[in-house]
Design a protein around this ligand. Structure first.
Ligand SMILES: Cc1cc2nc3c(=O)[nH]c(=O)nc-3n(C[C@H](O)[C@H](O)[C@H](O)COP(=O)(O)O)c2cc1C
Length: 212
């Protein structure tokens, strides 16, 4: 059982990464082999439209662009589970995550009949972290989360999304022009809700890696 965990936040130890590290612990708790990758450490862009993946005779489900992402795409297609995390940036996933989705999805997509070349199965968990409280997530971002989830259906496995809301963006709000945020409220959420979010991430890691 191999579980790949991708951090789509530029911050390596904050909300998204903390959730993903718990998911990794959950995966390892049921004996999965894990690989954790900070996407912002890799040098890549979204799809370059080279169309090498659509050339006659080309190996299917391979991105041929030579950069840091293509070997990761190979490993995702060979994995049993993928857990990907992203902060919400302007109502969407980060550009790094979007670039990965383009490349992963496009090289599995047939331009003959729009069928899916991928015949394997990778279960997918998506962790989104955001400033927005849950009520705003439900109102404004849930549809987008569903679209992101849909793009991973090409991996033929189960898909699930966990929204970690109202995150603590900075540890000391008084040092920033961030008057729109109530620091006491943010710290209370961090103290009471965030440990529950971490527990959910652990469970996701364990569940997608073959546990209960
Ligand atoms: C460029 C940028 C754009 C953001 N846009 C949004 C947004 O549209 N909605 C939201 O709820 N939070 C937004 N945020 C806040 C982050 O999603 C939130 O703080 C997240 O938990 C950060 O994750 P991290 O701690 O892993 O970096 C934004 C943050 C940045 C830096």
């Amino acid at each position: 059982m191999k579980t790949i965990i991708l951090n789509g936040s530029p911050r390596k130890n904050r909300n998204t990464a903390m959730m993903l590290k718990e998911a990794r612990k959950g995966a390892e708790s049921v004996g999965a082999e894990t690989e954790y990758i900070d996407l912002f450490d890799l040098s890549y862009t979204g799809c370059r439209s080279c169309l090498a993946c659509k050339r006659k005779g080309a190996e299917r489900c391979r991105c041929f662009w030579k950069d840091d992402l293509s070997p990761v795409i190979d490993r995702i297609f060979a994995a049993d589970a993928l857990i990907i995390g992203s902060p919400i940036y302007l109502g969407d996933v980060t550009s790094q995550v979007h670039g990965l989705i383009e490349r992963l999805h496009f090289c599995a997509l047939s331009y003959d009949d729009y069928s899916n070349y991928f015949t394997g199965k990778v279960d997918v968990g998506i962790i989104l972290t955001m400033n927005a409280p849950k009520t705003y997530y439900d109102l404004a971002y849930k549809k987008k989360a569903g679209e992101i989830e849909q793009s991973f259906k090409a991996l033929n496995g189960s898909t699930e999304v966990y929204a970690c809301c109202d995150t603590l963006q900075v540890s000391d709000y008084s040092r920033y022009n961030m008057a729109d945020f109530n620091e006491d409220h943010k710290k209370a959420v961090r103290e009471k809700q965030f440990p529950l979010d971490l527990e959910k991430a652990f469970q996701m890691g364990a569940r997608l890696s073959g546990g209960k």
